[in-house]
Design a protein around this ligand. Structure first.
Ligand code: DQA
Length: 154
């Protein structure tokens, strides 16, 4: 890790993730999204990065945020919620924006219902972090910072 420029990361959480804390705690844990973003943000600061943490229930808003990210953010951390399994539009936004993106899921989507086992967005992402509940958001920050800092300089 030689490039120590301050990194700007965008964390997007999709539909129903505003309900974390009360939503199916046996699956998603008891932390609120605010708690999780606070931990991810604190870790980012230690790594000389900033995180802008957002949430929306709307697919088009996710598409807009990704499309507007180029030139403003170095990396995107994305939990698309249920749109993971359906959204070609989000896949295309990630591929089109060209901003490195890591897919994050609180639950292990591969160990759940069959309809959750396929991710439409995964092929456009650098990689995925699944199954570590809120800790996955912290791991995603660490993985993205490592990924960005280890890239060869242009
Ligand atoms: C989720 C998994 C999705 O299948 C589900 O629709 C969610 C949350 C996760 O973080 O585990 O809303 O993305």
């Amino acid at each position: 890790m030689t490039n120590l420029q301050r990194l700007k990361l965008l964390f997007i959480s999709g539909p129903n993730l505003q309900l974390l804390g009360m939503r199916e705690p046996a699956v998603y844990g008891k932390e609120t999204l605010e708690d999780i973003y606070e931990r991810a943000w604190a870790r980012a600061l230690e790594l000389n990065a900033d995180v802008d943490g957002r949430q929306t229930n709307h697919e088009g808003t996710i598409v807009d945020w990704i499309g507007e990210s180029s030139g403003f953010f170095d990396g995107i951390l994305l939990n698309p919620g249920a749109y993971t399994h359906t959204s070609i539009a989000i896949h295309d936004a990630i591929a089109g924006a060209g901003v490195p993106t890591i897919e994050v899921h609180l639950s292990n989507i591969h160990a759940r219902e069959p309809f959750r086992r396929h991710s439409m967005v995964a092929p456009a992402c650098v990689g995925s972090i699944v199954g570590f509940r809120g800790e996955g958001y912290v791991l995603a920050v660490e993985a993205m910072v490592r990924h960005l800092r280890s890239r060869p300089k242009p």
